[in-house]
Ligand binder design. Structure first.
Ligand SMILES: [Zn+2]
Length: 208
């Protein structure tokens, strides 16, 4: 089951529950704000969140992490370059809004590693590094469910901004070609700030 929830801080961000139907255990991806709202959903639905996964360290994707992590004592996982963002309010952009957002208990996972649910070893996501929007951007991909959680790398009918610290448009376009457009056409792309799209739809627009 995938549950998309829009949370609102300074910006609105899509965060996602990726939950195994059989066990109701799963992952929470990019809890960007409104920890209370997310905690209520977890309680109401009876979810057990085993890990928080971050597509990158921008403040609008990490704003509710500390509160949810401390409530459940769970691991927060992200790509290795994430330290440059989550420990630095200038790089995670919170400093520009007079916030001083930092995470201090993060597991930096190996590129291309599989994140497996302990309650169901057949349920998991693969982390694929996808620098460009930021140096720490990654997508979380399930071949079984034909879905990828893509953060701010690609949106419905557009691609991510590259004018923030660590951003690079040439790198982003190359990585989209190599790592997203090589997924099957029917793969659904769930982004941080748009309606869902698919590999087929975005390839039509961008592979000209
Ligand atoms: Zn971002």
């Amino acid at each position: 089951m995938i549950l998309q929830v829009e949370v609102r801080g300074i910006f609105a961000t899509n965060c996602y529950f990726y939950i195994d139907d059989a066990t109701k255990h799963g992952f929470l991806i990019d809890p960007g704000a409104e920890a209370d709202k997310l905690l209520k959903i977890i309680e109401r639905e009876g979810f057990t969140i085993e890990k928080i996964l971050l597509t990158h360290g921008h403040f609008d994707h990490i704003g509710a992490v500390n509160e949810i992590q401390s409530k459940f004592g769970i691991e927060v996982c992200m790509q290795g370059n994430g330290r440059d963002y989550v420990e630095n309010p200038a790089w995670n952009l919170s400093a520009y809004f007079n916030l001083n957002m930092k995470l201090d208990d993060v597991t930096y996972i190996e590129d291309f590693s599989k994140i497996i649910l302990s309650a169901n070893r057949n349920f998991g996501l693969k982390m694929i590094p996808l620098a460009g929007h930021t140096t720490d951007s990654a997508i979380f991909y399930s071949k079984n469910d034909s879905v990828a959680f893509v953060g701010d790398s690609i949106f419905l009918n557009s691609i991510g901004r590259t004018d923030f610290p660590g951003g690079d448009e040439i790198t982003l376009r190359k990585n989209l070609r190599d790592k997203i457009f090589t997924l099957s056409n029917d793969t659904i792309l769930l982004s941080g700030h748009s309606e869902p799209t698919s590999v087929a739809n975005e390839r039509k627009l961008l592979m000209i």
